[in-house]
Design a protein around this ligand. Structure first.
Ligand code: MG
Length: 367
């Protein structure tokens, strides 16, 4: 049997010099001995997957609610798609895949029920108490709300994973984050552009033909037709969506490889100071923005989605008010939390953890 390779030896053998090596991690708030065969970032990834908040992602909407059937993405499947695309990019660039996966699985963990509609409603409810952001809430979950260890609250994740998530909160003036963090950010946008196109067409909000005149999607559609000839509408949609992802992933890897070759960063820190950020090429980015503008107008602002949005916001605000009047309707940990962080914040944290259906059920029960 071959001798097992230590985590450090394995990373030194595989990763590029500009990757984040786990033996250079700044560690955890509560120091812990290293695991015999899992890297620190791999443990972070596993801790997130075992968290209760993680499991509830399956009941949280991405763009479409469960009323529309079971075809479309949930917050969970979106997250898995982001992780897989991010890992593809990270592996090709020889970055730390364990760190990438942990960051990807964490990135939307703080989403409240009903997606951005829910987030905006909670932000309004908490306007006088520090507001609400799903990105910040992900940190509250992994640092305070998840109670899985006898010694401390939270998951005690590495500082690299926590600070990677912090960079999502306020990007203004912030230092350039690790390449692994930038990969996840880029993969997130590749993922939602592609799957929102897929879901919107499949659910009949937009016809695939309408994308023909939209940059990026239109180019991809022409290329698919040239290559395959006539396809059924269903197969055309699937092929276009797959090619849409592939074109962007190939572009990011090529653009980044060029920048890496030109600047040759010798460490993860040097890559952050190299004067560029990871992403798709400017030419493709231009087309991608046009696709996003189309999705915004035709999908996210679709009358049906706006109706779902206002219903969700009305429910969530009403539930928030009700729970403030009757805090004993909350589970005990949140009643205790109210003593530490104040009632409004504790109610917000409780609601933010709900799935869409549980939120609706609580609204029916209390409103
Ligand atoms: Mg996301």
């Amino acid at each position: 049997m071959p001798a097992p390779l230590s985590v450090s030896d394995r990373e030194r053998a595989i990763l590029a010099p500009y990757a984040m090596f786990s033996d250079e991690s700044a560690g955890r708030k509560h120091p812990q001995e290293e695991h015999a065969f899992r890297s620190p970032f791999q443990r972070d990834r596993d801790r997130i997957v075992h968290a209760s908040a993680w499991r509830r992602l399956s009941g949280k909407m991405q763009v479409f609610t469960g009323d529309r059937g079971d075809y479309h993405r949930t917050r969970l499947t979106h997250t898995m798609e982001v992780a897989s695309i991010a890992r593809t990019i990270g592996r090709a660039l020889r970055l730390n895949e364990d760190l990438i996966e942990a960051l990807a699985l964490l990135h939307d963990l703080g989403h409240p029920p009903f997606g951005h509609a829910g987030e905006d409603a909670l932000a309004e409810c908490l306007a006088a108490h520090g507001g609400f952001s799903h990105n910040r809430h992900a940190l509250t979950i992994v640092e305070e709300l998840e109670l899985r260890y006898p010694e401390y609250p939270g998951l005690n994740l590495t500082r690299e994973v926590l600070s990677g998530q912090e960079t999502r909160i306020d990007k203004r003036g912030a230092a350039v984050p690790l390449l692994e963090v930038q990969v996840v950010e880029t993969a997130d946008s590749i993922t939602y552009d592609a799957h929102d196109t897929d879901d919107a067409v499949k659910l009949g909000l937009v016809k695939l033909e309408e994308f023909a005149s939209v940059p990026l999607a239109g180019d991809v559609m022409r290329q698919v037709r040239e290559h395959y000839g006539p396809l059924s509408a269903d197969m055309l949609r699937k092929t276009v969506v797959r090619e849409l992802i592939d074109r962007q992933v190939v572009d990011v890897i090529a653009a980044t490889t060029e920048r890496l070759a030109a600047t040759r960063p010798a460490s993860a820190a040097a890559a952050c100071r190299a004067g560029w950020t990871l992403g798709i090429s400017e030419e493709l980015a231009h087309d991608k923005r046009a696709l996003e503008a189309f999705l915004y107008q035709r999908v996210y602002r679709h009358a049906e989605l706006l109706r779902v949005r206002s219903d969700a916001q009305r429910q969530l605000k009403r539930l928030f008010a009700r729970l403030q009047e009757r805090p004993r309707e909350m589970p005990e940990p949140y009643q205790r939390r109210a003593e530490q962080v104040g009632l409004p914040r504790a109610v917000g944290d409780y609601i933010a953890g709900m799935t869409d259906r549980f939120c609706e059920a609580q609204y029916e029960r209390l409103a």
